[in-house]
Design a binder for this molecule. Structure first.
Ligand SMILES: *Cc1c(COP(=O)(O)O)cnc(C)c1O
Length: 425
């Protein structure tokens, strides 16, 4: 039986049998017991399915991953210790030294560093393209050794809406998958796989957890990308893995499971960036109310965006729910029920004005975090993006006066009153 997304937020991933716990149990165990060494040996050879060590797989994490796979319309998923780990593993699972990535330039600062600095040290190069580039410009960014395309549904913090269909079309024309970080939209508002994305990642730290309680990430595979049809590009998936007696992932596990299985048994085994079972349990509590929280985040953000747009001390505002916004039409196409609760705007007086405004706020807190139940603000140019030079800041869509306002689910009149007194103080 198939259910709608609201039902899957609550029910997917775990169906207890008679007498079993009603709620996803926390299996806080590093290891699992077997009757014979032979049984365990088969697990190590990937000849049998089962748990043997929680660095590779844990039942609590798997149940929560299965729920997120269902929400995104994917066929397999794995949790990671953070969103950073999710994006790294998602990319490194199909890219190695000598390869190339095409990425939208407007992405999360941590991911920008990951791609442009750390992965570069590993011999993986990236070409950044504007999310507003033409189809021709996008196609021109590909090289012989390009292995993937990357972008964010709604970019953090610049709030560009990506033309997922166009990016998917270009990726597929070059025989590579499109990986979309869907953190800000969440599957409640946008399901990138329905628009052609092959792999979806999240920082579950944000709306999915929703309460600023746990750092986490997830990778979801649609199972749609045909690795074998592009076998020469993806030897890691289509030729023998020496670390498992020569297993070929696409042959042994099929198109639907090859990518996540490789990421689990090879990269999790070697990097060990697992999500703790207790964190997965807390993430699941957040997922159960995701479909109730997201509409409220969007409704509050819309009202606040309209208030800011009409205020004389605000120099500009970026929220794709406003009709005059550059991304309004695109947001209506990809997220007709609302985008997210994050707004960016400039306060008159530049960097100085921004900092004065922020220190006058009483309800909205100054924190690095974004996308949780509590309203919070951040000044990216002096915090999350301070490693970038002026040119890179402009390229990333972050101006010196930009304030990122993450609208929570408090009473909207209280939030507006706080912003008003801080703007006029
Ligand atoms: C926060 C964030 C990340 C990184 O996630 P962490 O959980 O902080 O490691 C990646 N992508 C986006 C869009 C984010 O907002």
């Amino acid at each position: 039986m198939s259910y709608k997304i609201e039902t899957n937020c609550i029910q997917a991933g775990y169906t207890p049998k008679s007498g079993e716990p009603r709620v996803i149990p926390i299996i806080q165990s590093t290891t699992y017991k077997y009757e014979t060494g032979e049984e365990m040996g088969k697990l190590f050879d990937l000849e049998a399915e089962g748990y043997f060590y929680s660095r590779l797989q844990n039942p609590t994490c798997d149940m929560v991953a299965a729920k997120i796979a269902s929400l995104e319309g994917g066929c397999a998923a794995m949790l990671t210790s953070s969103g950073q780990a999710a994006n790294f593993i998602a990319a490194f699972n199909i890219c190695s030294c000598g390869d190339h990535i095409v990425s939208s330039s407007q992405i999360y600062g941590g991911t920008f560093n990951l791609l442009s600095v750390t992965m570069k040290k590993m011999g993986i190069e990236v070409t950044f393209v504007s999310p507003d580039c033409s189809e021709e410009e996008l196609n021109a960014a590909f090289k012989e050794n390009t292995k993937m395309v990357f972008g964010e549904t709604i970019s953090n913090p610049s709030l560009c809406v990506l033309d997922i269909e166009m990016f998917a079309k270009a990726a597929h024309a070059h025989g590579v998958p499109l990986i979309i970080d869907n953190t800000f939209a969440t599957p409640v508002n946008c399901r990138p796989i329905e628009w052609g994305a092959d792999i979806v990642t999240h920082s579950t730290t944000k709306y999915m957890d929703g309460h600023a309680g746990t750092i986490g990430g997830v990778i979801v595979d649609s199972g749609k990308f045909d690795w074998d049809a592009n076998a020469d590009k993806y030897p890691g998936l289509t030729t023998p893995d020496d670390s498992y007696h020569g297993v070929i992932y696409t042959k042994k596990f099929g198109r639907e499971k090859a990518y996540i299985t490789k990421a689990t048994v090879q990269l999790m085994r070697d990097f060990g960036c697992v999500q703790a079972p207790i964190n997965a349990y807390m993430l699941n509590l957040g997922l159960e109310s995701l479909h109730v929280r997201m509409p409220r985040h969007c409704e509050n953000a819309q009202k606040i965006a309209e208030f800011l747009a009409g205020h004389p001390n605000v120099s500009w505002i970026n929220y794709c729910g406003l009709k005059e916004n550059k991304y309004y039409e695109r947001a209506q196409k990809y997220m007709p029920n609302g985008s997210c609760g994050v707004i960016s705007f400039g306060v008159k007086g530049g960097k100085d004005g921004a900092s004065k405004f922020m220190s006058r706020l009483k309800l909205a807190a100054i924190v690095t975090h974004v996308a949780d139940a509590r309203t919070c603000v951040l000044h990216p140019a002096t915090t999350t993006h301070r490693q970038m030079n002026d040119e890179e800041l402009i390229e990333a869509g972050v101006t010196a006066d930009l304030i990122r306002l993450s609208v929570g689910i408090e009473n909207v009149d209280d939030i507006i009153a706080d912003i008003k007194q801080a703007l006029e103080g």
